[in-house]
Design a protein around this ligand. Structure first.
Ligand code: AMP
Length: 279
């Protein structure tokens, strides 16, 4: 596996592969790899000749006071895991390489970026679309793979790709979970033992919502209220939002239908966890 730190070296390598007729699959990440990340790398590997993974903790998607400074990092472990997943190039640029002095340009996808998580993390999605657009321009992949765990992010990226004519196919990988159902996340590391134990209620509540829908209940308010009640049985949980939305423009819906989804954000202490389920 080639570890690359600069745009110019990466672009030279990509150009060479493309001149050989090879297809390029791309997985953007912030590192501290778990099986969720690896599953996306595997999808890219299945679909393309060459897999590029970026590892960059992107400061523009963190608000002041969020966890940028303490975001978990373990480069040696990530390197080994990426090798085991068959990654060809691990792109880990320094901050200056991505945001050189005097950087001024940002990309913002309206509407979709100011609802759900965007309501509470005001500039988050602008940071996400900006870094992903930059990485798309640097890597120029044929496909890029994102996790359904960050469903709103994936929908926003899809819209940005459509609106800005990026010639890139976006593929979504399923949420990979721990054995007790909690969605894998680099941030799970922040949880205390009690918080970690109680946080499994989030997925239990979402699965119960799906069962309710499957048994014929389709009133979104009832399903939302039942999710809330279930999560509130965990005394350490502080719910930020519970929403049921359609999967195209993330509008809130009154009647749950197949293809819509429930999304939640819940704090345990200072740790913010998100999860979702498709009906
Ligand atoms: P991150 O490093 O947290 O920015 O995530 C990088 C990519 O991995 C994003 O596309 C995430 O949606 C995806 N991802 C994170 N956690 C999971 C998970 N548990 N299952 C599947 N994909 C995930």
């Amino acid at each position: 596996m080639n570890i690359i730190k600069t745009n110019s070296v990466l672009q030279k390598e990509i150009k060479r592969y493309k001149s050989e007729g090879k297809t390029v699959g791309f997985v953007p990440t912030m590192g501290f790899f778990h099986e969720g990340h690896l599953s996306l790398m595997n999808i890219a590997k299945e679909k393309c000749d060459i897999v590029v993974v970026s590892l960059f903790v992107n400061p523009t998607q963190f608000a002041p006071g969020e966890d940028l400074d303490i975001y978990p990092r373990n480069f040696e472990k990530d390197e080994k895991l990426a090798i085991s997943a068959g990654v060809d190039m691990l792109f880990c640029p320094d901050l200056d390489e991505i945001y050189p002095k005097g950087y001024l340009t940002y990309i913002y996808t309206e509407q979709l970026s100011s609802i759900l998580c965007g309501k509470f993390r005001k500039e988050h999605f602008q940071g996400v679309t900006t870094i992903v657009a930059k990485l798309f321009n640097i890597v120029q992949p044929d496909i890029a793979v994102f996790g359904q765990k960050d469903y709103q992010q994936a929908i926003i990226i899809k819209r940005m790709v459509r609106d800005l004519n990026f010639p890139i196919k976006i593929i979504l990988g399923p949420i990979i979970r721990e054995r007790d159902g909690i969605a894998m996340s680099s941030r799970n590391k922040y949880l205390s033992k009690d918080e970690r134990d109680q946080a499994k209620i989030i997925n239990i509540a979402l699965k119960k919502a799906k069962e309710e829908f499957d048994s014929g209940i389709n009133d979104a308010n009832i399903i939302k209220e039942n999710i809330r009640k279930k999560i509130q049985t965990s005394d350490l949980a502080r719910i930020e939002y519970i929403e049921i939305v359609n999967s195209v423009n993330l509008d809130s819906i009154k009647r749950v239908k197949s293809g819509t989804f429930a999304a939640v954000a819940v704090y345990y202490g200072k740790t913010r966890l998100i999860d979702n389920i498709n009906f």
